[in-house]
Design a protein around this ligand. Structure first.
Ligand code: ARG
Ligand code: ZN
Length: 874
């Protein structure tokens, strides 16, 4: 048990810093066993703050060797927790000089300066810079950095932010490089790399004709995996110029790939550092999903140069200011680059499956949280994905043109500053004249709102009335909620004609151009006039607000929408609603379950034989909602029973439509060599869906998967084939897997892929998973390997995780306890499955609670794990 309770940080306690740091000069000397960091901070008292305040610098795991102000040694400092407190100097401007020693080689937290493979690299967001030197490590202190790196010559590449200004030899064995970044930035955007790397180069000419030097630095054996990221980068640069008018500002933009990384990637100014899994790609080893993900992450980090770096966050409560906005930007980039409706389906699926779960669990927090213990625990789906939905709603409410004017105003007004989500919304309000006071509740209130709608057609008056009611369930610390300002995009589909119906309304909340109703009250009625026939309303089109919608649709209504809705997203959504209803009625053992299954079969057949549908859309229409999604829809969840229903219905669909699946499988055979482009990607997705139903319907169809695995010219088909084949236990699969490992063990991305396939095979049990953690391909200090094996088993393999009376829970808790001392961030992430313990049947609740108790009793529990586990137990 922790001896002292960790401190809770409150938004309401925010105070501007007492001192600014105008200039920061670092000299980082890398030696074999340790690294010395000398810092010179040109500080200036903040005239808005009381004079005589002490200087407060943060530092963690630093050995202080010297400290002086303006050359005079300081002895009367105090250390309190992470703070180093120095009495106020007499002058209002002065230089703080320090020298510390750090030990990057033993830094397994992957925060601050650490070693990955043979290279030194950094991760400073959110509060990692304090592991490098003593510093006011807060995002509202912006400083111009000059960084000198000294290292053995074996580290050929020495990089930091900004522009290279000097380099040279120090002696026979050591050399140096110096970098200068003219843009003031907070310490979380600092980066440094020292390694034996190769760079692949390209250039980009900006809209004003400046030529930017683009470089991707990788270990030599990864040189062939850089082309895709480079071309994604150039696309992103063009898109940000066209859509947001944002031009790149430095003369050089660098990306470095590292194998050990806690998250996906990091937007350090001019020097993005990427998890190698999120940047390295080639057609032989990367799947279609992988390409799309890499393209989106490259874009995301690049877009941060404006939304995050030029305009940054005042404090970490404002994290969504940069993350929600940047996720919205990267989602729009992907939508513009590939298929808009399909991208929306995928994003909404993630939101509904995982963010809604977070919002309904013990870690629920607003998009702008108001307190935290460990900020790293708040890099969440709520801050990122729901935050992006909030920005999307602003985009819907303003329309594209005014939204662009508002972002222009935002970048202009706040360039070089650290600001808040309120500042962002104020720009939206200033440009549009809209009153967004109520809208801001999206930033403050946690929980997923429920939107209940009923409809009534009056033939005599030709009106269709929609009665809206909204409410939001309680979340930790927020028992009562106020109504949200919700944009509800809608239309009416004629019951008889199947056509989109015209209407008018005098409700001031309806915007006819945007086809969107702004619901502001808890209850409201929208009367639509001139409606010539009864209708099935199509509501919340394109998922115009992140809410749970309910409307008393009959199954016929839903099928009508699947067939006729003019909004592609809502056609898919109607199919999801229908399938969910069928699956859940079977879970409940309801009387109507059998009848409903027939309806589902008919609906699936309709889609299957529809040749007019885009393949990507069709694949998504045919896929059943996942078990994780269904587990969100009811309680108490019995995962084994849920798996049985899911499996049974997939088998039934596989069998009753066997002929159709076979035809589809045949029609979607490859016609040309692999390329990552929409038509092919869509075809492969549909091919996979057909194969999965064929195998679900008849296990002997595994030989199709085996064939696909052997014949495919790409990793998309190969890995899908291995996964589907893995659902059917047989020796040939084991052999194929062994062959895969032999072939690819030296390729990090492939080894991770292999571990993940093994860990997600439904029949795997704890003894084999434990053995997998002893496999040479596994490593407790490599987050990607941990995510593949432990994450795969506990988060993407429900049948296996919940099997054998809690054996899986014990295994996960053991893993969390082990990781707690190595890498607290990763340990805390792995606690997620336990946070949902209250949703399950009583036996599961008991077993999970026991494990949570065991974890919370651990000595030296990190803040990260403590926060998640203790909040879960409340
Ligand atoms: N800002 C990064 C991104 O969104 C995420 C880095 C977060 N890292 C962390 N350790 N909390 O691209
Ligand atoms: Zn980001």
């Amino acid at each position: 048990m922790r001896t002292e309770m960790p401190q809770v940080i409150q938004l309401s306690d925010y105070q501007a810093p007492s001192y600014w740091v105008d200039e920061t000069s670092l000299c980082v000397q890398i030696f074999d066993e340790y690294t010395d960091v000398q810092a010179r901070l040109k500080m200036r008292a903040n005239s808005d703050r009381p004079t005589g305040s002490p200087i407060v610098l943060q530092g963690v795991d630093l050995t202080l060797q010297a400290l002086s102000i303006d050359g005079v040694a300081v002895a009367n400092y105090e250390v309190q927790g992470e703070d180093l407190i120095i009495p106020a100097p007499a002058a209002t401007t002065f230089e703080v000089q320090s020298r510390v020693r750090i030990y990057p080689r033993t830094n397994t937290s992957l925060e601050g300066l650490y070693v990955s493979g043979g290279m030194y690299c950094t991760q400073c967001e959110a509060e990692g810079f304090r592991k490098i030197t003593y510093y006011p490590d807060r995002p509202d202190v912006l400083s111009v950095f000059t960084t000198r790196i000294e290292a053995p010559k074996s580290f050929k590449t020495l990089l930091s932010n900004g522009n290279p200004v000097a380099s040279g030899e120090l002696d026979a064995d050591r050399h140096m490089a110096e970098w200068h970044d003219p843009f003031p930035k907070p310490s979380y955007l600092f980066a440094l790399v020292a390694g034996d790397l190769v760079d692949v180069r390209d250039t980009f000419v900006t809209c004003t004709g400046r030529t930017i030097d683009l470089r991707i630095y990788v270990e030599p054996h990864n040189r062939h995996k850089t082309a895709f990221a480079l071309s994604s980068l150039k696309k992103s640069m063009t898109w940000d110029e066209t859509v947001y008018g944002r031009e790149y500002d430095l003369d050089i933009f660098m990306i470095v790939a590292v194998d050990h990384f806690n998250m996906g990637a990091m937007e350090n100014k001019g020097l993005n550092i990427f998890n190698s899994a999120c940047v390295l790609a080639d057609p032989e080893t990367t799947t279609d999903d992988g390409f799309e993900r890499i393209e989106a992450i490259v874009a995301h980090e690049y877009f941060h140069n404006w939304s995050g770096n030029r305009v940054t966050c005042r404090d970490w409560f404002q994290l969504s200011l940069k993350e929600g906005f940047t996720v919205f930007r990267d989602a729009e980039f992907t939508a513009d680059t590939h298929a808009r409706a399909v991208k929306r389906m995928d994003d909404v699926t993630l939101l509904r499956t995982s963010q809604f779960a977070e919002d309904a669990g013990p870690m629920a927090h607003p998009v702008r949280p108001s307190s935290y213990i460990e900020i790293n625990n708040f890099y969440t789906l709520t801050v990122y994905e729901k935050g992006a939905e909030v920005v999307r709603m602003l985009h819907s409410l303003l329309g594209a043109d005014r939204f662009r004017q508002a972002t222009d105003l935002y970048f202009d007004r706040f360039d070089g500053q650290a600001v808040t989500t309120d500042d962002f919304v104020t720009c939206m309000a200033d440009v549009s004249g809209l009153d967004l006071t109520q809208f801001k509740r999206w930033y403050d209130q946690a929980g997923t709102p429920r939107l209940k709608v009923e409809g009534h057609y009056n033939a005599a008056q030709q009106t269709f009335s929609l009665m809206f009611e909204q409410f939001c369930p309680a979340t930790p610390g927020q028992p009562e909620k106020l109504p949200f300002h919700m944009p509800v995009k809608l239309g009416l589909m004629g019951k008889h004609s199947g056509a989109e119906l015209m209407f008018s309304t005098d409700h001031p909340g309806y915007d006819a151009t945007l086809q969107t109703f702004s619901l502001r009250k808890a209850n409201d009625t929208l009367v639509l006039r001139g409606v010539t026939e009864d209708a099935v309303p199509s509501l919340l089109r394109d998922f115009s607000a992140p809410v749970v919608l309910s409307y008393p649709y009959t199954v016929e209504d839903l099928r009508h929408l699947v067939r006729h809705d003019s909004n592609a997203f809502n056609r898919w959504d109607a199919m999801q609603t229908l399938a969910t209803r069928v699956l859940l009625s079977a879970v409940r053992g309801a009387a109507e379950a059998d009848g409903l299954k027939t309806v589902l079969t008919d609906a699936v057949r309709d889609v299957l034989v529809d040749d007019t549908l885009d393949h990507a859309v069709k694949a998504r229409l045919l896929r059943l909602p996942s078990q994780a999604y269904l587990a969100e829809q009811y309680t108490p969840v019995d995962p084994v029973a849920l798996d049985k229903v899911h499996t049974d219905i997939r088998r039934d669909l596989g069998q009753s439509l066997a002929a159709e699946w076979q035809v589809l499988y045949g029609q979607t055979q490859p016609e040309a060599a692999y390329v990552f482009e929409h038509q092919q990607v869509a075809r492969r997705a549909l091919h996979r869906v057909a194969l999965s139903y064929l195998i679900a319907g008849d296990h002997t169809a595994w030989h199709l998967a085996a064939e696909l695995y052997q014949q495919a010219d790409n990793m998309t088909d190969q890995s899908a084939a291995l996964q589907l084949w893995g659902e059917v236990a047989n020796e040939a699969w084991d052999e194929a897997m062994n062959g895969f490992y032999q072939r690819w063990q030296d390729d990090a991305q492939m080894a991770e892929q292999w571990l993940s396939i093994r860990a997600t095979v439904p029949r795997i049990r704890v003894p084999e998973i434990r053995r997998l953690t002893e496999h040479p391909g596994f490593s407790w200090t490599n987050p990607n390997r941990v995510r593949s094996v432990i994450g795969g088993f506990a988060m993407r393999n429900p049948v296996a995780f919940h099997a054998d009376q809690g054996a899986g829970y014990r295994f996960l808790a053991d893993a969390i306890i082990q990781l707690n001392s190595l890498n607290p961030q990763i340990a805390a992430r792995l606690c997620t499955p336990f946070t949902y313990w209250r949703r399950y049947t009583p036996e599961i609740q008991d077993a999970m609670q026991t494990e949570l108790q065991r974890i919370v009793a651990v000595e030296a529990l990190s803040k990260d794990v403590y926060e998640v586990v203790s909040k879960s137990l409340v």
